[in-house]
Write a new protein. Structure first.
Length: 291
């Protein structure tokens, strides 16, 4: 069986096609490799020059291995946009496999435009609802929550009235009246030092909206991505250091702190980076001086 261990060095585009065929993916061809390079699924090859003329450009051994991973994951996704999370996640977690220039193209592919960007916004809304939604929140309040956040993610302005509506929608799914109205209690999820409340969820939504708007405007450059990666790695390291303790103290909510499966990590990479970039953009926004 042709595996990662079968690859020992760099190779030309023809070697990539041969790798795919040897791994039982006969539909891979040169044209598709070029298409995947344009979309950021693979990186551009390194040019080799000779004294007279030039040799064929080469892809690194790691890019050849990445191709095999992409071919395996392609069987589980419907569109190449979703497949772009593979190089994006690889770049986010590990050095030496995916350069930032490739991650930038993969990011543009993952976010997409039109119907695809709407899907990204909705996936983010549904993912957030799964994290914060109370089990007694009504289907109507859940649908309203997803609709409002999806609209914001697709560029709808967050006006004063819209923010009030968002706050109300978040409270309806986090603190349904049937449970919290009479008690006067406030729900907080996560560790005691940094709990997720209604207000912090609203801030997260604003961050997602900010990052998506910047992405759709084509203003997420390599420098911003690298800054987001650094913040993500630092915050993840801090979280992993305390995760087991949080899980032990969480009681019925211990599942919130379990170690995610590798497939889940790939599936969530885009949304995680989106949130980190949004929080960075919000925190670095120039503050308006008070009069």
């Amino acid at each position: 069986m042709y595996t990662w261990k079968s690859i020992s060095g760099p190779g030309t585009i023809n070697d990539l096609v041969a790798d795919a065929h040897a791994a039982s993916y006969p539909d891979m061809n040169v044209r598709r490799v070029h298409d995947w390079i344009a979309k950021g699924l693979l990186d551009q090859p390194r040019l080799r020059t000779r004294r007279r003329g030039s040799d064929k450009a080469e892809h690194s051994a790691n890019q050849r291995r990445l191709l095999l991973l992409l071919l395996d994951k392609r069987q589980h996704v419907a569109h190449l946009n979703a497949l772009a999370q593979v190089p994006l996640a690889t770049w986010l977690w590990w050095d030496g496999y995916v350069p930032t220039r490739q991650a930038q193209r993969a990011w543009v592919t993952w976010v997409g435009r039109g119907r695809r960007s709407q899907e990204v916004a909705r996936e983010g809304a549904v993912g957030l609802l799964e994290q914060i939604g109370h089990q007694l929140a009504t289907p109507t309040s859940r649908a309203r929550f997803v609709r409002i956040i999806t609209e914001l993610g697709n560029g709808k302005a967050l006006t004063v009235r819209g923010r009030a509506e968002l706050l109300d929608a978040v409270r309806d799914v986090m603190e349904p009246e049937t449970v919290f109205a009479a008690s006067g209690l406030v729900r907080a999820l996560g560790p005691a030092g940094a709990p997720m409340t209604v207000d912090t969820v609203v801030t997260r939504v604003e961050a997602l909206r900010t990052a998506l708007s910047r992405a759709l405007d084509g203003k997420v450059d390599g420098a911003l991505l690298e800054r987001g990666r650094a913040v993500y790695r630092a915050s993840t390291a801090d979280y992993l250091a305390v995760r087991s303790g949080l899980a032990a103290e969480a009681g019925k909510l211990t599942d919130l702190f379990r170690q995610p499966f590798l497939q889940e990590q790939f599936d969530q990479a885009g949304r995680q980076l989106l949130l980190v970039l949004g929080m960075e953009l919000i925190h670095r926004r120039p503050k308006v001086p008070s009069v």
